[in-house]
Design a protein around this ligand. Sequence first.
Ligand SMILES: C[S@@+](CC[C@H](N)C(=O)[O-])C[C@H]1O[C@@H](n2cnc3c(N)ncnc32)[C@H](O)[C@@H]1O
Length: 244
Amino acid sequence: MDQTKRSLIAVGLGPGDPELITLKGLRAIEAAELIFVPRSRDGGLSYAERIVSGYLREDQQIIRLPLPMVRNAAELVPAWENGAQAIVDAYAQFGATNGVYLLLGDPLLFGTFIYLAERIPIRDAAMQIDVIPGVTSFAATAAKANFTLATTDDRIAILPASYETDLTALKELMTHFDTVIFLKAGTVLAQLLAAVDELGLTASTIYGEKVGMPEETLVTDVSTLAGQNRPYLSLLIVRKTAES
Ligand SMILES: C[S@@+](CC[C@H](N)C(=O)[O-])C[C@H]1O[C@@H](n2cnc3c(N)ncnc32)[C@H](O)[C@@H]1O
């Protein structure tokens, strides 16, 4: 039985600005022999790879994993199984003992790493798996807009907007929380904004798209987005409580 210890660290890269990578994350990236990133759909650099491109060296092996952005379990589960296997195989192929898996924001918040990590130990019991947290997309968006997320006893909710199809339930939620963060907002933005408008919360709502990236769009007057759907990498933050 192979007794060599191997290490895989999921590093949250933050939303897109390379300067928002934590020092700990950067040190782990610099020390890694293997760099695992999701493979982009169009064959170009994935967001994760683009964010760290200035920090990588020629002697590091980049392994791009095909991880489709779909909901269909018949497609997803085999992709996660193959991804976990590809990670384990890469350590053997390159005789490596340490690697990092890079992803946007924080690894444990809707991150693909969660599905891969649970499939690795059955393939390699000697793999030590750790996580380095990252700045979340909503923290970065709030900071850019100087928008308060919560104070004192405020209640705050984080929802995957594209899975929330019931408008009535959505409105109900917005009455129970002081701040609601809608991730995965782009494809349902038009209906979300209509609901926000009906609740009279348009003036206290902000929109962030590709925040921290060169293509960043930050909108503090969301009435200008009415009727529009936008890309996947976008979010909406709705706040009810007026600042004192
Ligand atoms: C699969 S989730 C990943 C969340 C990520 N792990 C985090 O901590 O922010 C993808 C969603 O995160 C949000 N997101 C991630 N990066 C973003 C960015 N740079 N700008 C705006 N939204 C972003 C979007 O809502 C997107 O649909």
